[in-house]
Design a protein around this ligand. Structure first.
Ligand code: APR
Length: 336
């Protein structure tokens, strides 16, 4: 159990995270921050007064706190509209920003199209962390994932083991689920990793995909696996299209908690995480999805896999997409 976990963003994912942390008793205290509802300067003054008093974070925390006697959990919940509820957090999970949302015509933006708005939010998030919990280990979920983690790194310059992104666990979970469903085998038996960037060029790594330790090719044919891997790359968008109001929020929260529990219990668990590479896989200075040992020290070691020629090529393509977005980040940060 940690002393305190801080959550930045109290929307859909932040709400599930708060609830799960309280239920699983992962810390003595959870601090939730979210500025919503925002005060709209164009609204009449009396409406603005109402908006100032309202707080999504405080409302969600009070709701959960009032349930703690029922579930017999002594985890305390604190909340704020500024970043003060983060004070003293040892672990931060960041979900601040705008998610993908279906447009009226059913299309939806790419994760990269969220960049402009979410970069501004991320600058504020970094200031909040600097002020209230500069030593915390940080797991970031906000999209575009690789670019937001890169931005936090530029702003905070933490030790490289203490800042990483959650994407690989979620994308791998999707890959495993589709394989289990097609093979009609328990999800508990399926292992697979998705690496690279958290965009449409992500790389479901076939050579890591096994059912009870047996290569997946024994259970599913080439065409089925190719279709599953294509669906995995677009799985986030599939949910955005179905929900209509936003993007996936339960599976991302659970995936981040998989990483959080590896830290809290010093599990030394191999998890695909978005980690800073300094030469591994031939990449320098970018945050990319790779398998890593996660424990009390955060990302304790990046594992370099022997990829097949096709996997290497797909990985290189994914890295070049991440690199392009980070170059845009550099330009945009200079302008805001
Ligand atoms: N500081 C803190 N929180 C902020 C800020 C800010 N500067 N700006 C916005 N937020 C809050 C919003 O008020 C909102 O409540 O971030 C929250 C985001 O929650 P949702 O809109 O419900 O989005 P969610 O589904 O939780 O996804 C959050 O994770 O998977 C990614 O693409 C997704 O980037 C998105 C993030």
């Amino acid at each position: 159990m940690l002393g305190k976990i801080g959550l930045i963003g109290g929307g859909y994912i932040g709400g599930v995270l708060t609830q799960e942390i309280v239920q699983r008793r992962l810390a003595r205290e959870v601090g939730l921050t979210d500025p919503a509802p925002f005060v709209n300067p164009d609204d009449p003054p009396e409406r603005q007064e109402v908006q100032k008093k309202q707080s999504v974070a405080k409302g969600k925390c009070l709701d959960i706190a009032e349930g703690t006697p029922t579930i017999r959990s002594d985890v305390r919940c604190v909340a704020s509209k500024d970043y003060s509820a983060l004070a003293g957090s040892e672990l931060i999970i960041n979900t601040a920003g705008v998610p993908r949302k279906a447009r009226p015509d059913g299309t939806f933006p790419s994760r990269e199209e969220l960049l402009t708005i979410n970069l501004k939010v991320t600058k504020q998030v970094a200031e909040g962390i600097k002020q209230y919990c500069p030593k915390a280990t940080i797991i970031s979920i906000a999209n575009p994932l690789d670019a937001i983690v890169y931005t936090l790194d530029k702003a905070l310059k933490p030790p490289k083991n203490k800042l990483f992104g959650m994407a690989g666990q979620l994308d791998s979970g999707r890959y495993c689920y589709f394989v289990a469903e097609a093979a009609k085998i328990s999800v508990e038996n399926v292992n697979a990793m998705v690496l690279g960037g958290h965009g449409d060029d992500m790389v479901p790594v076939r050579s890591t995909c096994q059912i009870a330790g047996i290569p997946v090719g024994k259970f599913l044919d080439e065409a089925t696996l190719a279709a599953i891997e294509a669906r995995t790359r677009k799985a986030g968008g599939e949910i955005v299209g179905l929900l209509g109001f936003g993007s996936a929020f339960v599976s991302p929260a659970w995936a981040a908690l998989e990483m959080a529990e590896a830290i809290i219990y010093d599990k030394k668990k191999i998890i695909p995480v978005c980690a800073k590479l300094e030469g591994e896989y031939g990449v320098k200075g970018l945050f990319v999805g790779v398998p890593a040992i996660v424990g009390a020290g955060g990302v304790e070691k990046v594992i370099e896999l022997e990829l097949s020629a096709a996997e290497k090529e797909a990985f290189a393509k994914s890295i070049s997409a991440v690199s392009k977005t980070c170059a845009e980040v550099d330009q945009m940060l200079a302008a805001i």
